[in-house]
Design a protein around this ligand. Structure first.
Ligand code: NAD
Ligand code: TYD
Length: 337
Protein backbone atom coordinates (compact mmCIF):
# COMPACT_ATOMS: atom_id res chain seq x y z
CA UNK A 1 0.00 0.00 0.00
CA UNK A 2 1.16 3.54 -0.75
CA UNK A 3 0.27 6.10 1.90
CA UNK A 4 0.44 9.85 1.56
CA UNK A 5 0.87 11.50 4.94
CA UNK A 6 0.49 15.29 4.92
CA UNK A 7 2.13 17.25 7.72
CA UNK A 8 4.27 14.23 8.58
CA UNK A 9 7.10 16.36 9.98
CA UNK A 10 4.82 17.77 12.69
CA UNK A 11 4.06 16.34 16.10
CA UNK A 12 1.30 13.81 15.42
CA UNK A 13 2.22 13.16 11.78
CA UNK A 14 5.79 12.16 12.63
CA UNK A 15 4.63 9.90 15.46
CA UNK A 16 2.21 8.34 12.97
CA UNK A 17 4.91 7.72 10.33
CA UNK A 18 7.20 6.10 12.92
CA UNK A 19 4.30 3.98 14.16
CA UNK A 20 3.23 2.97 10.64
CA UNK A 21 6.62 2.01 9.26
CA UNK A 22 7.32 -0.07 12.34
CA UNK A 23 4.01 -1.92 12.13
CA UNK A 24 3.71 -2.15 8.33
CA UNK A 25 7.31 -2.17 7.01
CA UNK A 26 6.14 -3.34 3.59
CA UNK A 27 4.08 -0.17 2.98
CA UNK A 28 5.46 2.88 1.19
CA UNK A 29 5.00 6.20 2.96
CA UNK A 30 5.29 9.59 1.27
CA UNK A 31 5.48 12.53 3.66
CA UNK A 32 4.38 15.86 2.13
CA UNK A 33 5.24 18.73 4.45
CA UNK A 34 5.92 22.41 3.90
CA UNK A 35 8.23 22.54 6.94
CA UNK A 36 6.66 25.55 8.59
CA UNK A 37 8.02 26.52 12.02
CA UNK A 38 6.22 23.37 13.32
CA UNK A 39 7.76 20.87 10.90
CA UNK A 40 10.92 19.17 12.08
CA UNK A 41 12.72 16.45 10.13
CA UNK A 42 14.74 15.57 13.24
CA UNK A 43 11.62 13.69 14.38
CA UNK A 44 12.15 11.29 11.48
CA UNK A 45 15.91 10.65 11.44
CA UNK A 46 15.33 6.99 12.32
CA UNK A 47 13.44 6.42 9.04
CA UNK A 48 15.10 8.92 6.70
CA UNK A 49 17.15 6.21 4.96
CA UNK A 50 14.35 3.67 4.84
CA UNK A 51 13.76 2.82 1.14
CA UNK A 52 10.01 2.70 1.86
CA UNK A 53 9.93 6.30 3.05
CA UNK A 54 10.11 9.48 1.00
CA UNK A 55 9.99 13.08 2.14
CA UNK A 56 8.76 15.82 -0.17
CA UNK A 57 8.90 19.43 0.91
CA UNK A 58 5.82 21.14 -0.48
CA UNK A 59 2.67 23.09 0.27
CA UNK A 60 -0.73 21.37 0.31
CA UNK A 61 -2.17 24.58 -1.17
CA UNK A 62 -0.22 24.02 -4.41
CA UNK A 63 -2.31 22.07 -6.90
CA UNK A 64 0.77 21.27 -8.96
CA UNK A 65 2.68 19.78 -6.03
CA UNK A 66 -0.32 17.91 -4.67
CA UNK A 67 -1.34 16.45 -8.07
CA UNK A 68 2.14 15.08 -8.59
CA UNK A 69 2.48 13.64 -5.10
CA UNK A 70 -0.98 12.05 -5.20
CA UNK A 71 -0.15 9.76 -8.13
CA UNK A 72 -0.39 6.06 -7.26
CA UNK A 73 -1.48 6.80 -3.69
CA UNK A 74 -3.97 4.38 -2.09
CA UNK A 75 -4.56 6.13 1.21
CA UNK A 76 -4.20 9.74 2.33
CA UNK A 77 -3.82 10.57 6.02
CA UNK A 78 -4.19 14.33 6.26
CA UNK A 79 -2.54 15.96 9.28
CA UNK A 80 -1.08 19.11 7.68
CA UNK A 81 -2.51 22.19 9.32
CA UNK A 82 -1.78 25.33 11.22
CA UNK A 83 -2.55 23.92 14.64
CA UNK A 84 -2.02 26.44 17.43
CA UNK A 85 -4.95 28.50 18.75
CA UNK A 86 -2.77 31.37 20.02
CA UNK A 87 -1.14 31.80 16.62
CA UNK A 88 -4.59 31.72 14.95
CA UNK A 89 -5.55 34.75 17.01
CA UNK A 90 -2.63 36.80 15.67
CA UNK A 91 -2.61 35.38 12.12
CA UNK A 92 -6.00 33.93 11.13
CA UNK A 93 -5.33 34.19 7.37
CA UNK A 94 -2.68 31.47 7.28
CA UNK A 95 -5.11 29.14 9.09
CA UNK A 96 -7.83 29.67 6.50
CA UNK A 97 -5.33 29.18 3.70
CA UNK A 98 -3.73 25.94 4.86
CA UNK A 99 -6.61 24.36 6.76
CA UNK A 100 -9.48 25.21 4.42
CA UNK A 101 -7.96 25.84 1.00
CA UNK A 102 -5.17 23.27 1.42
CA UNK A 103 -7.68 20.59 2.40
CA UNK A 104 -9.80 21.36 -0.67
CA UNK A 105 -6.76 21.08 -2.96
CA UNK A 106 -5.96 17.67 -1.46
CA UNK A 107 -9.57 16.50 -1.77
CA UNK A 108 -9.68 17.48 -5.44
CA UNK A 109 -6.46 15.64 -6.23
CA UNK A 110 -7.55 12.60 -4.20
CA UNK A 111 -10.76 12.43 -6.21
CA UNK A 112 -8.92 12.84 -9.51
CA UNK A 113 -6.52 10.04 -8.58
CA UNK A 114 -9.26 7.76 -7.24
CA UNK A 115 -7.64 7.17 -3.86
CA UNK A 116 -9.22 4.38 -1.86
CA UNK A 117 -9.35 6.33 1.38
CA UNK A 118 -8.97 9.93 2.47
CA UNK A 119 -8.66 10.12 6.24
CA UNK A 120 -8.92 13.60 7.71
CA UNK A 121 -7.54 14.45 11.14
CA UNK A 122 -9.68 16.97 12.96
CA UNK A 123 -10.24 18.22 16.47
CA UNK A 124 -12.87 18.26 19.22
CA UNK A 125 -12.52 22.06 19.19
CA UNK A 126 -14.98 22.27 16.25
CA UNK A 127 -17.77 21.50 18.74
CA UNK A 128 -17.22 24.72 20.69
CA UNK A 129 -16.99 25.16 24.43
CA UNK A 130 -18.70 23.36 27.33
CA UNK A 131 -19.43 24.84 30.75
CA UNK A 132 -17.63 23.16 33.65
CA UNK A 133 -20.91 21.63 34.87
CA UNK A 134 -22.43 20.66 31.48
CA UNK A 135 -23.59 17.04 31.59
CA UNK A 136 -23.78 16.49 27.82
CA UNK A 137 -20.30 16.14 26.39
CA UNK A 138 -19.18 16.18 22.73
CA UNK A 139 -19.87 13.23 20.46
CA UNK A 140 -20.11 12.59 16.71
CA UNK A 141 -23.60 14.10 16.57
CA UNK A 142 -22.79 17.35 18.39
CA UNK A 143 -23.48 20.41 16.24
CA UNK A 144 -20.45 22.41 15.16
CA UNK A 145 -19.90 25.67 17.07
CA UNK A 146 -16.24 26.71 16.60
CA UNK A 147 -15.10 29.85 18.40
CA UNK A 148 -11.45 30.47 17.48
CA UNK A 149 -9.98 31.10 14.02
CA UNK A 150 -8.20 27.73 14.43
CA UNK A 151 -11.32 25.73 15.22
CA UNK A 152 -13.37 27.64 12.63
CA UNK A 153 -10.83 26.75 9.93
CA UNK A 154 -10.78 23.09 11.04
CA UNK A 155 -14.60 23.07 10.98
CA UNK A 156 -14.46 24.44 7.43
CA UNK A 157 -12.11 21.63 6.43
CA UNK A 158 -14.36 18.98 8.02
CA UNK A 159 -17.37 20.31 6.10
CA UNK A 160 -15.42 20.16 2.83
CA UNK A 161 -14.34 16.57 3.50
CA UNK A 162 -17.98 15.59 4.13
CA UNK A 163 -19.08 17.53 1.03
CA UNK A 164 -16.63 15.54 -1.12
CA UNK A 165 -18.14 12.34 0.28
CA UNK A 166 -21.76 13.32 -0.31
CA UNK A 167 -21.26 15.09 -3.63
CA UNK A 168 -18.53 13.03 -5.33
CA UNK A 169 -18.51 9.77 -3.31
CA UNK A 170 -14.90 10.29 -2.25
CA UNK A 171 -14.26 7.50 0.29
CA UNK A 172 -13.52 9.54 3.41
CA UNK A 173 -13.32 9.05 7.15
CA UNK A 174 -12.78 11.74 9.79
CA UNK A 175 -11.48 11.59 13.34
CA UNK A 176 -12.11 14.40 15.80
CA UNK A 177 -9.62 13.94 18.60
CA UNK A 178 -8.89 15.71 21.84
CA UNK A 179 -5.64 17.40 22.94
CA UNK A 180 -2.67 15.17 22.13
CA UNK A 181 0.53 14.95 24.15
CA UNK A 182 3.72 12.90 23.93
CA UNK A 183 7.16 12.91 22.27
CA UNK A 184 8.04 15.43 19.54
CA UNK A 185 5.35 17.98 20.45
CA UNK A 186 6.32 21.52 19.57
CA UNK A 187 6.88 23.35 22.87
CA UNK A 188 4.18 25.95 22.24
CA UNK A 189 1.40 23.61 23.46
CA UNK A 190 0.66 23.38 27.18
CA UNK A 191 2.26 20.08 28.24
CA UNK A 192 5.41 20.33 26.10
CA UNK A 193 5.84 23.99 27.01
CA UNK A 194 5.42 23.30 30.73
CA UNK A 195 7.86 20.37 30.85
CA UNK A 196 10.56 22.15 28.85
CA UNK A 197 10.18 25.44 30.74
CA UNK A 198 10.49 23.62 34.07
CA UNK A 199 13.53 21.71 32.85
CA UNK A 200 15.11 25.06 31.93
CA UNK A 201 14.27 26.48 35.37
CA UNK A 202 11.70 28.87 33.87
CA UNK A 203 8.16 29.64 34.96
CA UNK A 204 5.07 28.16 33.32
CA UNK A 205 2.49 30.66 32.05
CA UNK A 206 -1.04 29.85 33.25
CA UNK A 207 -3.80 31.53 31.26
CA UNK A 208 -6.61 33.16 33.28
CA UNK A 209 -7.70 31.22 36.37
CA UNK A 210 -6.11 27.98 35.12
CA UNK A 211 -9.37 26.11 35.60
CA UNK A 212 -9.87 25.38 31.91
CA UNK A 213 -10.45 21.73 31.06
CA UNK A 214 -9.36 19.62 28.10
CA UNK A 215 -9.48 15.91 27.36
CA UNK A 216 -5.95 14.51 26.91
CA UNK A 217 -4.98 11.79 24.43
CA UNK A 218 -1.53 10.18 24.27
CA UNK A 219 -0.23 10.45 20.72
CA UNK A 220 0.50 6.73 20.34
CA UNK A 221 -3.07 5.87 21.39
CA UNK A 222 -4.18 8.32 18.71
CA UNK A 223 -2.01 6.59 16.06
CA UNK A 224 -3.60 3.23 16.98
CA UNK A 225 -7.04 4.78 16.58
CA UNK A 226 -6.21 6.06 13.10
CA UNK A 227 -4.82 2.65 12.17
CA UNK A 228 -8.10 0.98 13.24
CA UNK A 229 -10.22 3.55 11.39
CA UNK A 230 -8.21 2.91 8.22
CA UNK A 231 -8.64 -0.82 8.66
CA UNK A 232 -12.23 -1.11 9.87
CA UNK A 233 -13.84 2.35 9.84
CA UNK A 234 -17.00 2.89 7.85
CA UNK A 235 -16.70 5.15 4.82
CA UNK A 236 -18.33 8.55 5.36
CA UNK A 237 -18.19 8.23 9.15
CA UNK A 238 -16.70 10.38 11.89
CA UNK A 239 -15.03 8.93 14.99
CA UNK A 240 -14.33 10.88 18.19
CA UNK A 241 -11.04 9.87 19.82
CA UNK A 242 -10.24 10.87 23.40
CA UNK A 243 -8.20 9.86 26.40
CA UNK A 244 -8.65 8.55 29.93
CA UNK A 245 -9.04 11.91 31.64
CA UNK A 246 -12.06 13.32 33.35
CA UNK A 247 -12.30 17.04 33.88
CA UNK A 248 -8.62 17.62 34.59
CA UNK A 249 -7.98 21.35 34.86
CA UNK A 250 -4.85 22.91 33.42
CA UNK A 251 -3.67 23.64 36.96
CA UNK A 252 -4.02 20.03 38.05
CA UNK A 253 -2.02 18.88 35.02
CA UNK A 254 0.69 21.44 35.74
CA UNK A 255 0.81 20.33 39.37
CA UNK A 256 1.34 16.73 38.26
CA UNK A 257 4.23 17.80 36.02
CA UNK A 258 5.69 19.98 38.79
CA UNK A 259 5.60 16.98 41.14
CA UNK A 260 7.22 14.66 38.60
CA UNK A 261 10.06 17.15 38.15
CA UNK A 262 10.50 17.90 41.85
CA UNK A 263 9.51 21.59 41.51
CA UNK A 264 7.01 23.72 43.44
CA UNK A 265 3.93 25.84 42.65
CA UNK A 266 6.30 28.82 42.69
CA UNK A 267 7.01 27.87 39.08
CA UNK A 268 3.50 28.84 38.03
CA UNK A 269 2.93 32.35 36.69
CA UNK A 270 -0.65 33.49 36.11
CA UNK A 271 -0.81 35.56 32.93
CA UNK A 272 -3.46 37.38 30.90
CA UNK A 273 -6.11 35.06 29.52
CA UNK A 274 -6.42 34.01 25.88
CA UNK A 275 -9.22 35.95 24.11
CA UNK A 276 -12.29 33.76 23.52
CA UNK A 277 -10.71 30.98 25.60
CA UNK A 278 -12.91 27.85 25.40
CA UNK A 279 -13.70 26.80 28.98
CA UNK A 280 -13.97 23.06 28.58
CA UNK A 281 -13.71 20.23 26.05
CA UNK A 282 -14.90 16.73 26.94
CA UNK A 283 -15.33 13.94 24.48
CA UNK A 284 -17.42 10.78 24.40
CA UNK A 285 -15.42 8.16 22.48
CA UNK A 286 -17.79 5.24 23.03
CA UNK A 287 -18.47 4.89 19.28
CA UNK A 288 -14.88 3.99 18.34
CA UNK A 289 -14.73 1.75 21.39
CA UNK A 290 -17.89 -0.20 20.62
CA UNK A 291 -17.58 -0.28 16.81
CA UNK A 292 -13.83 -0.68 16.34
CA UNK A 293 -12.67 -1.96 19.74
CA UNK A 294 -10.33 0.96 20.44
CA UNK A 295 -9.40 2.32 23.84
CA UNK A 296 -6.34 4.03 25.30
CA UNK A 297 -3.64 1.57 26.40
CA UNK A 298 -2.75 3.32 29.67
CA UNK A 299 -4.16 6.03 31.91
CA UNK A 300 -3.18 9.67 31.81
CA UNK A 301 -0.74 9.58 34.75
CA UNK A 302 1.28 6.75 33.23
CA UNK A 303 1.46 8.41 29.82
CA UNK A 304 2.32 11.75 31.42
CA UNK A 305 5.25 10.26 33.32
CA UNK A 306 6.50 8.60 30.13
CA UNK A 307 6.22 11.94 28.34
CA UNK A 308 8.11 13.84 31.05
CA UNK A 309 10.85 11.20 30.87
CA UNK A 310 11.07 11.57 27.09
CA UNK A 311 11.64 15.35 27.31
CA UNK A 312 14.24 14.76 30.03
CA UNK A 313 16.06 12.25 27.85
CA UNK A 314 15.80 14.28 24.63
CA UNK A 315 16.90 17.72 25.76
CA UNK A 316 18.83 18.44 22.57
CA UNK A 317 15.70 17.90 20.46
CA UNK A 318 13.72 20.67 22.17
CA UNK A 319 16.72 22.90 22.88
CA UNK A 320 17.33 23.12 19.12
CA UNK A 321 13.73 24.26 18.64
CA UNK A 322 13.76 26.73 21.50
CA UNK A 323 16.81 28.49 20.09
CA UNK A 324 15.28 29.43 16.72
CA UNK A 325 12.15 31.28 15.55
CA UNK A 326 10.56 30.10 18.77
CA UNK A 327 12.40 32.78 20.77
CA UNK A 328 10.71 35.60 18.86
CA UNK A 329 7.33 33.92 19.20
CA UNK A 330 7.83 33.42 22.95
CA UNK A 331 8.87 37.03 23.47
CA UNK A 332 5.72 38.29 21.74
CA UNK A 333 3.32 35.78 23.30
CA UNK A 334 4.63 35.94 26.87
CA UNK A 335 6.00 39.50 27.02
CA UNK A 336 6.24 39.66 30.83
CA UNK A 337 7.82 36.24 31.53
P1 NAD B 1 1.85 20.47 14.14
O1 NAD B 1 1.61 21.95 14.13
O2 NAD B 1 2.82 19.90 15.10
O3 NAD B 1 2.30 20.01 12.68
C1 NAD B 1 1.69 20.46 11.52
C2 NAD B 1 2.56 20.03 10.36
O4 NAD B 1 1.92 20.47 9.14
C3 NAD B 1 3.96 20.65 10.36
O5 NAD B 1 4.93 19.69 10.07
C4 NAD B 1 3.89 21.71 9.26
O6 NAD B 1 5.15 21.95 8.63
C5 NAD B 1 2.89 21.08 8.31
N1 NAD B 1 2.20 22.08 7.48
C6 NAD B 1 1.61 23.23 7.89
N2 NAD B 1 1.12 23.91 6.84
C7 NAD B 1 1.39 23.15 5.74
C8 NAD B 1 1.11 23.31 4.35
N3 NAD B 1 0.49 24.39 3.88
N4 NAD B 1 1.52 22.35 3.49
C9 NAD B 1 2.18 21.24 3.95
N5 NAD B 1 2.47 21.05 5.26
C10 NAD B 1 2.08 21.99 6.14
O7 NAD B 1 0.40 19.85 14.32
P2 NAD B 1 -0.03 18.54 15.12
O8 NAD B 1 -0.21 18.88 16.54
O9 NAD B 1 0.82 17.41 14.72
O10 NAD B 1 -1.50 18.33 14.51
C11 NAD B 1 -1.70 17.52 13.36
C12 NAD B 1 -3.18 17.54 13.01
O11 NAD B 1 -3.95 17.10 14.12
C13 NAD B 1 -3.71 18.93 12.65
O12 NAD B 1 -4.61 18.80 11.58
C14 NAD B 1 -4.44 19.37 13.91
O13 NAD B 1 -5.49 20.25 13.61
C15 NAD B 1 -4.95 18.05 14.43
N6 NAD B 1 -5.14 17.99 15.87
C16 NAD B 1 -4.10 18.23 16.73
C17 NAD B 1 -4.30 18.15 18.09
C18 NAD B 1 -3.17 18.36 19.07
O14 NAD B 1 -3.40 18.31 20.28
N7 NAD B 1 -1.93 18.54 18.63
C19 NAD B 1 -5.58 17.87 18.60
C20 NAD B 1 -6.62 17.66 17.71
C21 NAD B 1 -6.40 17.71 16.34
P1 TYD C 1 -3.04 24.40 24.10
O1 TYD C 1 -1.97 23.41 24.38
O2 TYD C 1 -2.69 25.66 23.37
O3 TYD C 1 -4.22 23.62 23.37
P2 TYD C 1 -5.74 24.13 23.01
O4 TYD C 1 -5.87 25.56 23.30
O5 TYD C 1 -5.82 23.84 21.55
O6 TYD C 1 -6.63 23.28 23.84
O7 TYD C 1 -3.69 24.82 25.48
C1 TYD C 1 -4.24 23.87 26.37
C2 TYD C 1 -4.83 24.63 27.54
O8 TYD C 1 -3.76 25.23 28.28
C3 TYD C 1 -5.73 25.78 27.15
O9 TYD C 1 -6.75 25.91 28.13
C4 TYD C 1 -4.83 26.99 27.19
C5 TYD C 1 -3.89 26.67 28.34
N1 TYD C 1 -2.51 27.22 28.24
C6 TYD C 1 -1.96 27.89 29.33
O10 TYD C 1 -2.58 28.05 30.40
N2 TYD C 1 -0.68 28.36 29.20
C7 TYD C 1 0.05 28.22 28.06
O11 TYD C 1 1.21 28.71 27.99
C8 TYD C 1 -0.53 27.52 26.96
C9 TYD C 1 0.23 27.33 25.68
C10 TYD C 1 -1.82 27.03 27.09
Amino acid sequence: MKLLVTGGAGFIGSNFILYWLKKYPQDFVVNLDKLTYAGNLENLTSVQDNPNYKFIQGDICSLQVVSEVMQGVDTVVHFAAESHVDRSITDPASFVKTNVLGTQVLLGAALENKVKRFHHISTDEVYGSLNLDDKNIFNERTLYDPRSPYSASKAGSDHLVKAYYHTYNLPITISNCSNNFGPYQFPEKLIALAITNLLEGKKVPVYGDGLYVRDWLYVEDHCRAIDLILEKGKIGETYCVGGLTENLSNISILQKIIKLLGKTDESLEYVKDRPGHDRRYALDWSKIKSELGWEPLRDFDEWLEKTVNWYQENKQWWKNIKSGEYKEYYKKQYAKL
